[in-house]
Design a binder for this molecule. Sequence first.
Ligand SMILES: Cc1cc2nc3c(=O)[nH]c(=O)nc-3n(C[C@H](O)[C@H](O)[C@H](O)COP(=O)(O)OP(=O)(O)OC[C@H]3O[C@@H](n4cnc5c(N)ncnc54)[C@H](O)[C@@H]3O)c2cc1C
Length: 434
Amino acid sequence: MKYVIIGSGVAGIAAIEAIRYVDSASPITLIGDDPYGFYSRPGLAYYLTGELHDKALFPRTAEDFRRLDFRYVKGKVTRILRAEHMLELGDQSQLSYDRLLIAVGAQAIPLEVPGAGLEGVLKLDHMSDAKLILKHARRGRTAVVIGGGITALELVEGLRSRGMKVHYLLRGDRYWSNVLDEHESKIIEHRLREEGVTLHHHAEIIELIGRNGKITGARLSDGKILNCDLLTYAIGIHPRVALAKEAGLDVDRGILVNEYLQTNDPDIFAAGDVAQVHDPLSGRSILDSLWAPARQQGYSAGLNMAGKKTAYLKAPPFNVTRLAGLTTTIIGTVGRGRDDDLVGIARGDSETWRQLPECIVAQTGFEVNRLRLLVGERTMLGAIVIGDQKLSFPLERIISDKVDISPIREKLLAPNARIGDVIAEFWSAGNSRN
Ligand SMILES: Cc1cc2nc3c(=O)[nH]c(=O)nc-3n(C[C@H](O)[C@H](O)[C@H](O)COP(=O)(O)OP(=O)(O)OC[C@H]3O[C@@H](n4cnc5c(N)ncnc54)[C@H](O)[C@@H]3O)c2cc1C
C-alpha cells in the first residue's frame, strides 16, 4: 500500500502517526509546500509578541520524524489525477498513490480593496508571513489592523509589543460580537485602550494609499485617512478546496467527507481545516478551523487509510486563547452568530456556535474574571471563562460528557446566583464524574 499525504500541517503529521501505528512497513510520502515544514500555527501569535523564539514552534524533532519513517517531498501538488491514482507537482513531476490524504488547510481571505497589492499589506497564515510582519514592524512606526476575531487581536498585540502605534479597525460596534457578549467585548476593548491601542468602530477601508509601491495610509469610508507603514488583516479563512474541486470531489465550503474522513472517492481522504466532516450526532456537515480537531481528524483519517475503520466523533468546541492578555476558554456554544458579521469568524470560531438551540444565559463577573454559562434544559451547552481558569476543566467535562445538571439548574438560574461557586461545589461533590 502506497500512502501519500498532501500538507505538512498538524492533520498531515497526525495521519502519518496513525498510519504507522497500524502499518509499520508500507511507504508513506508527505508533500508540503511550506518551507518551514510542520510548526505550531497557534504559536505564531507568541512569536509575534516575542514571547517565543521561532525555534520553540516546532513540536517534533528530526528524531521523531526519523522514527515515523516517511519520505518528505518539498513541493506543491497542482493536480490530482484520480483515474490514474497520480499526483502532479509544481515542478511537473508525478507521484502515484494507493491512498491519498488531502490535508492542505485553509488560507486567509484576501483583502479586496484598491491598493491591497502594496508592499506592507500583510496577512498571517504561515511562519513566513509572521517573519515578514516582524521585518516591517522593525522598520515602521504605525500599523493598521483589520478583522474582528482572535487572529486580528493577535496581530494587534504582536505589533503593540513591538512598539508600533496600532489603529485597530472594527467593522461593527464591538469586538467579536458573534462570540462574546457586550460586557466581554467591553472588557477586551478597555484593556486594548489601556495598552495604547486606538480603536475605530464601524470602520471600513475603501482604499489603501501608497508611495513607490509601499503602503503609506488607509482611506476609510468616512473620508478619514490613517497614515501607516504596515497594514495587517485577518478577515476570515477559506478552506483550500481548489485541488479537490478540480479533481471532481464533492465540495461544499470544505471537502465533504463522511465520519471516516473519506471523500466520495474511496481512496481519497481529507482532514483538518480543509475538510467538512459529517457529524453523525447532529446530522450536519461541519467545518472546524481549530488545531485540536485538525489533529484528531488527521489521526482518524490515518487509521482509516490503513484499514482500521474508526469513526471521527466531533467533540464540543474547546478553545483556549488569550484576548488582550486575558486567558479565555471557550467551550461548546457560547454566542449567537450573525450572518452579517463574517469578520468575526476569522480563527478559532466554530460552526456550532452559530447553531444555538434556545437556552438561558447565566452570568457573573467583574473586571477581569468572568464566567458565562449557557444552560440548557438538562445539560450545560457552553461556557466562556475569562481570567481565572479554575473552572475551565470542570466545565469542559460537564459540557463534553453532557452531565445532567438538573440538581443545580435552579440554583444557577436564581437571581444573583454565585454561579462559579455552584459549579465548583457540584464538581467537587463528584456529581459530575460518572
Ligand atoms: C495565526 C494563527 C493562529 C491560530 N490560533 C489558533 C488557536 O489559538 N487555537 C486553535 O485551535 N487554532 C488556531 N489556529 C488554527 C489552527 O492552526 C489550524 O486549525 C490548524 O493548523 C489546521 O491544521 P491543518 O493541518 O488542517 O492545516 P494547516 O496547518 O494549514 O496545514 C496545511 C499545509 O498544507 C500546505 N499546502 C497547502 N496546499 C498545498 C499543496 N497544493 N501542496 C502541498 N502543500 C500544500 C500548507 O502550506 C500548509 O503547510 C490558528 C491559525 C493561525 C494561522
